[in-house]
Design a binder for this molecule. Sequence first.
Ligand SMILES: Cc1cc2nc3c(=O)[nH]c(=O)nc-3n(C[C@H](O)[C@H](O)[C@H](O)COP(=O)(O)OP(=O)(O)OC[C@H]3O[C@@H](n4cnc5c(N)ncnc54)[C@H](O)[C@@H]3O)c2cc1C
Length: 419
Amino acid sequence: MNAARRKKYSAFALAREALRHHRGWPPAWRDATPKRAYDVVIIGGGGHGLATAYYLAREHGVTNVAVLEKSWIGGGNTGRNTTVVRSNYFFPESTAFYDFSVKLYEGLSRELNYNIMFSQRGMMMLAHDRHGVEMLRRSANAMLLNGADAEFLDGAEVKRRIPGLNPSPRFPVLAGLNQPRGGTARHDAVAWGYARAADALGVDIIQNCEVTGFIVEGGQVRGVETSRGEIRTNKVGLAVAGHSSVLADMAGFRLPLTSYALQAFVSEPLKPCLDTVILSPATGVYLSQSDKGGLVVGTALDHYPSYAQRGNIPIMEHAAAGVVELFPQFSRVRFLRQWAGIVDVMHDSTPVVDKSPVGGLYLNCGWGTGGFKAIPGGGFCFAHTIARDEAHPLTAPFSLKRFETGALIDEAAASGIAH
Ligand SMILES: Cc1cc2nc3c(=O)[nH]c(=O)nc-3n(C[C@H](O)[C@H](O)[C@H](O)COP(=O)(O)OP(=O)(O)OC[C@H]3O[C@@H](n4cnc5c(N)ncnc54)[C@H](O)[C@@H]3O)c2cc1C
């Protein structure tokens, strides 16, 4: 299918196709065959890789771009995450970047002509002891100073807004920090929307194409070796999340990160009962209700580094216990599915969007447990870095150099529980 033949999604198109039994929809993107050379090759067909390709084409006019994905697009963390979008970080650098990303999310369905089901239902962090209350006050002040929206609520107001919350004294709800613009988006749709829009601008999206090595001459990248042959290029963007250190190793350098499995769960569908995202650091869980009715539950990282992309019983027990502490009425609800993704955690819980030690090889990694919310912003800034060979001002602080200078941005408190 020719990219130019792509149909605009609209109520009119939907009605027309309904009359034709939906036989006229073209594929959302082409199944491209790899060419011998590209101006830019992006490794990783997750949200970050696809968004980067889209912004390279749209913002910088660089359309001779391939996105190489070893399996299917969105099959990594992008399609495995719990879909929370927020910008309630502590440091100015983080809030500036994540809030930019939330703003891009706010216009994304329209921009991509693809419904990403962005639902700004709010994101409520709970405090169950007086230390937690102090932390929430501190975070609320930092967010407001840094230009993000934040509401500090006392326990009575939290319980008024979320009537089902457990009133028991074991984990009393003493306060809440709400970010009204936070919420959720449909994860697959974010990947598919970017893929469709990038394809329409001429980007080749190539699935089942694993990168197995780099061609480096005189310290400059000249191409990649893949399971579908060699591809020449002078610019490669790495956006492979949990496999960043594996690819860095292929290119001959190390990254200051560790990879862990991160698990999530979804319950059987319930009638609408929870209209916000709740995070409770003390119980170690966060949850929201999907549009299909399932409770989407997340918790902290597995306790040991691993590339095993699967769930286990101890973490499931922990998650279930946390949910029941918060909402005893969910005790008889059954989990339908449990899964894991491999996330790459930088030692200060802040990502890297930067050049690498190899000329022409650029890094987008270290999003750890929280890179879904960062997809639009990460793609936008990474495209700038690749096209102009310089950092975007918003991601300049997210450089590798910070591990030499000590200018770390320790966001562990904002990302301790994955979300
Ligand atoms: C359970 C869970 C819950 C999460 N919850 C949230 C949340 O609520 N909110 C939030 O903001 N973030 C969340 N995250 C984190 C978020 O999902 C990730 O940070 C984000 O999706 C990273 O996107 P990405 O495009 O960089 O990586 P991915 O989507 O993982 O894409 C990387 C791609 O690279 C491909 N790849 C790897 N090696 C190769 C190779 N050699 N050749 C070709 N392709 C390769 C992989 O197959 C993969 O598709 C969660 C993560 C998990 C696992």
